[in-house]
Design a protein around this ligand. Structure first.
Ligand code: GCB
Length: 615
């Protein structure tokens, strides 16, 4: 294509991509947001797996359909076929494959899979009762990164995106009695995936969060939401799906405090708008009050535990329930304590991490980086009283000019917002992390900011930006030179002076910050590596002393930023990263944790805990 044709093509593609920015366009066909409280069968446990590095179970050479002897998803008893003899033979057998725990990443399951990155097949069998007019769905909380799902040999759907849930209807494919569920999981990332192939965290391929078979009535409550508005009213909606979705009476009960009723419209949507009851206890980190909320119709009911609070920006302050708040936080990857994490976020694994933030560091806030964390973690943040920054992995760089990539980002945002919009803890939606400024990149993030605001006008929008260094009038200045700032309610920057670059630690408190003062600013990251136990070797990099001093000096620098309203230093715990291969200090771990991988505190943990204790 010549340059003009190319430009017109991009423009046309952008118009097409822009059209569905009407955020509702990204609403998934089914949400089943209350799934964990429904009649469901948890399919966690031991599954069989089969490696498929050349993807022969999906396609043959030249992209032709896979050979039947390679199709892992076939509903077939291979041992029985083999016993019969004959011309047919097979180059897989899921029934006799090795076992693996689901949920969990395969990289931690056995040493040979540590750096396996590609297609892996999973299978398990389960029994189901006759449906008798009901409907059946599979809800996957997360599959990293692409999923190909087959039930009883039939393809029932695909999904892309490693950190958000998806729901597939299996009413027609499900058998009363024995069923065979097969999932192809492709962990490979490329220039068009989100994130791309290079990050600073582990690959963690697999079915990393629970899978449930959910049974519903023919017409069911797909989604139900309630939120406290600045006006003091509680508003929300319930969406029914099914043949009887229109004209149904829907009721909502908020603990023992209030009830309300509404009738669904032609699309199965009922809206609520009620005065907040006088006795309503507002959710705060200090008193994270949650109410049992029940949404019901004649045929169905779902429950949720919901907290009510408001969040807003006024001038350069952040107001929680109308009162200024400072975010005493830390960043967190989804990785449990221990020498061989598998990203299996059980409630106890997640609680152990959040406990350190809340009670060890005296924090009230966590940055769940760099992707939506498990539903378990976000619910625990609600319960334990930790405010949450939530982000999707538009990280470092993606293919900014590609409308298909933008659509993926907007869809991921929608999946995240629909999943978490009942969580009082979530106050910030981030639209990116450390993406270098360019026209295409800023337009991409701008579309994300518009999308997330349209999906959820009740929360704040931010992004972790890069800072620039300049010398102005002989002074060493740190500034934000990013047009995206105009789209954000809260500015956030990552700053590593004193770790990356040549600054001495003593220079940090003297650095001048030139940032817009009209809005709140958060330090979304700062940090330095230290190997737990490496001490008494001078003030060298990688010692605990260096990291502790780095924290003291960076906190002294931070105290000079007038509109600083919070921080989430990098990071609570050492985490696995294939980028980090120093054979003495790292060995595949990013060592910027305040705790070692198994939870041993480094000196800097105490420095931050003292600071937060006084803040
Ligand atoms: C960053 C990234 C984070 C890295 C960190 C580091 O700026 O946002 O993902 O892990 O720096 O350790 O360099």
């Amino acid at each position: 294509m010549n340059t003009l044709a190319n430009a017109l093509f991009i423009l046309f593609a952008w118009i097409l991509a822009g059209a569905p920015v009407a955020a509702q366009g990204f609403r998934p066909a089914f949400l089943l947001t209350g799934a964990h409280n429904r009649n469901s069968q948890d399919l966690s446990g031991q599954w069989r797996y089969s490696k498929d590095l050349y993807r022969t179970g999906l396609t043959d050479i030249n992209g032709w359909v896979a050979k039947s002897r390679m199709q892992r998803y076939r509903d077939i008893d291979i041992a029985a076929q083999e016993a019969r003899g004959g011309a047919d033979f097979f180059e897989f057998d899921m029934d006799r494959g090795p076992l693996i725990n689901v949920p969990g990443a395969w990289n931690a399951a056995e040493p040979a899979l540590r750096y396996y990155d590609g297609l892996m097949w999973f299978q398990r069998k389960f029994k189901a009762d006759p449906l008798q007019g009901k409907r059946a769905f599979l809800r996957f909380e997360a599959v990293n990164y692409r999923a190909y799902v087959y039930l009883n040999g039939k393809e029932i759907g695909r999904h892309e995106g490693g950190f958000t849930p998806f729901v597939l209807e299996v009413t027609d494919a499900l058998r009363a009695g024995d069923n065979r569920l097969t999932v192809g999981v492709d962990s490979q990332h490329d220039a068009q995936s989100i994130p791309t192939a290079i990050t600073d965290w582990d690959l963690y391929g697999g079915i990393t969060r629970p899978v449930r078979l959910v049974i519903t009535p023919a017409t069911f409550i797909d989604d139900a939401t309630l939120a406290l508005q600045q006006s003091g009213r509680i508003t929300g909606e319930v969406r029914l799906q099914g043949p009887q979705a229109a004209g149904q009476q829907v009721s909502v009960r908020i603990g023992a405090l209030a009830t309300a009723a509404a009738v669904t419209d032609g699309q199965g949507r009922a809206v609520f708008d009620i005065q907040a009851p006088a006795g309503l206890a507002r959710w705060t980190p200090e008193q994270p009050s949650l109410y049992d909320v029940q949404f019901s119709t004649a045929a169905d009911a779902v429950r949720d535990r919901i907290g009510f609070r408001t969040i807003a920006v006024e001038g350069n302050r952040i107001l929680l329930n109308g009162k200024p708040i400072f975010l005493r936080g830390i960043s967190l990857h989804e990785e449990e304590f221990g020498p061989n994490p598998s990203r299996n976020m059980t409630e106890s694994a997640s609680r152990a991490l959040l406990h350190q933030i809340k009670h060890g560091l005296h924090g009230n806030y966590v940055r769940l980086s760099h992707y939506p964390h498990s539903e378990v973690t976000v619910r625990l943040a609600d319960e334990m009283g930790l405010l949450v920054w939530s982000e999707i992995p538009v990280y470092w760089t993606v293919d900014w000019d590609n409308p298909a990539v933008l659509r993926k980002a907007l869809a991921m945002q929608a999946e995240t917002v629909y999943r978490d919009r009942n969580r009082a803890s979530v106050i910030l939606w981030s639209v990116g992390n450390e993406t270098p400024v360019s026209v295409a990149r800023t337009r991409f993030h701008g579309a994300m900011a518009d999308n997330v605001r349209a999906l959820d006008p009740t929360r704040l929008v931010s992004a972790a930006l890069l800072v620039e260094r300049r010398t102005i009038d002989g002074k060493d200045v740190i500034e934000i030179q990013d047009p995206l700032a105009g789209k954000l309610d809260v500015l956030a920057v990552n700053t590593y002076a004193g770790w990356y670059g040549s600054d001495t630690l003593d220079a940090l408190p003297g650095l001048h910050w030139k940032v817009p003062g009209d809005r709140p600013l958060i330090l979304s990251e700062f940090g330095a590596d230290a190997l737990a136990g490496y001490r008494n070797d001078g003030n060298k990099k990688f010692t605990e002393e260096y990291q502790a001093e780095y924290y003291r000096k960076t906190l002294a620098m931070a105290d000079q930023i007038p509109n600083l309203r919070g921080m989430s230093p990098w990071i609570l715990k050492d985490f696995r990263s294939p980028r980090r291969e120093h054979p003495v200090f790292q060995n595949g771990w990013n060592r910027k944790g305040l705790l070692s991988e198994s939870g041993v505190p480094k000196e800097a943990f105490g420095v931050l805990a003292d600071y937060y204790g006084k803040r």
